[in-house]
Design a protein around this ligand. Sequence first.
Ligand code: PRX
Length: 672
Amino acid sequence: MPDKSIESVLQETRIFNPPSAKDVGGPNWLIASLDQYKKMYKESIDHPESFWANIANDFHWFKKWDTVLEWNAPDAKWFSGGTTNVCYNCVDRQVDSGHGNDPAIIWEGEPVSDTGTPTDQRTLTYKDLQTEVSKLANVLKSKGITKGDIVTIYMGMVPELAIAMLACARIGAPHSVIFGGFSAQAIADRVSDAKSKIILTCDGSWRRGKIVPLKKNVDDAIKTMANDSPVEHVLCLGRCHNDISWGKLDCCWKEETEKASADCPCEELESEDMLFLLYTSGSTGKPKGIVHTTAGYMIFTATTAKYTFNLVPHDQGGNQTFWCTADCGWITGHSYIVYGLLPNRVPTLMYEGGPDHPTPARFWQIVDRHKVTQFYTAPTAIRAFMKWGDQHPESADLSSLQVLGTVGEPINPEAWMWYRNKIGRGVCPIVDTYWQTETGGHIITPLPGATPTKPGSCTLPMFGIDAAVCDEAGNVAKENVGGLMTIRKPWPAMLRGVYGDRQRFINTYWSTVSKDGQPYYAAGDNTRRDELGNFWIMGRTDDVINVSGHRLGTMEVESALVSHESVVEAAVVGMPHEIKGTGVAAFITPAPGFEASDELKQALRAHVAKEIGAIAKPDLIRFTGALPKTRSGKIMRRLLRSIAAGDTNITQDMSTLEDLSVVAKLSEKDER
Ligand code: PRX
């Protein structure tokens, strides 16, 4: 995070009370006062089973559940004995209840004409979705995909990406969506771990006027896996019409779906059947596959979307269009573009391209064009908009906006205030939503009509989330004293495991905090609660960094660096970055025969992009003869963080440091 200014500290103490629904031009607030929230929250914690059963009753079940919750820490089973289908609840249910012609997905592609008008736009109704999803589901079946087979999806932000996710859900084949910015090597790692027989991809995707060669990356990934590749089919959608090579595994999306039947009934799935895997970074090793299951995830994401964003379908007085700017390759896209939105029957907007293409006003033009009512983005984007200048949002009519959301990293109060004043007309409530890939949906967040907000705080827990600031013995910290972000009770969308690695699941999440022998969920963030009970997230407890809201393990970047011939040893830490929040700083000991140079830096950046993806490229590289280590050989990361932050006056205890001169050398040479 950028350093705190006095202005920022002052803003943190300001309280903004929720506006009336009329003030933002929206339908009535679903939760309209703090008292109403508190009452409902208490009910959800005291009687979680009846609380969630009441909500679950509003969904479609083939067969009702026998028990709401079976909890044998750390294993939760929600709605055992019940059978349902997420795709049915997202799509078919809306068609069956007479809303088939309502807009479900509103899509805008990146390309624009010479006059700046978008050339590719589509609106899919629930009926369209039902047809498209069913056809694709039949194609998957024709390729031998059945319940339980993991389908890898590596696509750009086109409607077919959402269609692909829903088609998997329809037939009970869990998906593993890989962000389109990841490299061939990253695809290979994930596909091997998931043992996917099929990859769904596009020829390319548009990003700031350039084509990202998705199909080529898939081809390279399959080559990398060589004889160990589990892939039998690659289904490729033509999007950018760039040149691609066509091999014996490849089949054409358009041809296959055109000939497929549009009749594919939803598979009746158990509540705990796996819905998807999503790979995310941790402190150690390769990214881990977080497992989410069917009923609990569906119910929690739809419920959190409804209350956090005040979603009201049009026939109940809401005339809303919801836009989450995330990519479906991240959990935010899974939960708040697709699965949390569609059951609420509010149209969800998908945008394909970059925020500044062809101009930095693009996002605001989209808000204006589609009369977006809820806008959900990341602090890193807000900081970029601030830098690009107020003239861009001022050039568009943003008066349709009702609720503004942020996610992915702490938001600095300056960015919060700018967001509220320049985008939200000084009136729209800001929901700073704190959550993780593992939590499935929002766990700490304001509710727009109920919660007084403070810039920089994610405020109060979501229904059903027994959140606390604890020490390792499960004791709750005093007011304003920092501790570990902990959840003491199970919630419906909690992760059910790390794919294929039970021990890692237990070690990572359930071994840090326990009380009376009962493990609590440890989120891996430091936090505190203020005198009003508001949570303030203070950064990770582990070696995970949040770069532009994207989660990266420092060790992943280190492994990528040391796999280059010029590197003997590498240490990677986060450093403050004006736009990204956290940037990547790499300290490198070059191999004999390699000289520190700008060319080598460029080569190393390119190498990291190849191994992981462009998001992991170091912002700062410093070469050093030796890394600062303790006498027992551990790299002193704390010290490197201070050096990367440009601290001139390092006051840390260095008594265990092996060679003090290393620090002097590292600090003296700024090669930024
Ligand atoms: O450190 C927290 C930060 O992002 C981490 C989760 O990253 P990921 O699983 O990629 O999910 C991001 C989107 C939900 C958290 O452990 N984080 C997320 N939201 C916030 C946040 N930090 C502060 N404030 C937030 N609102």
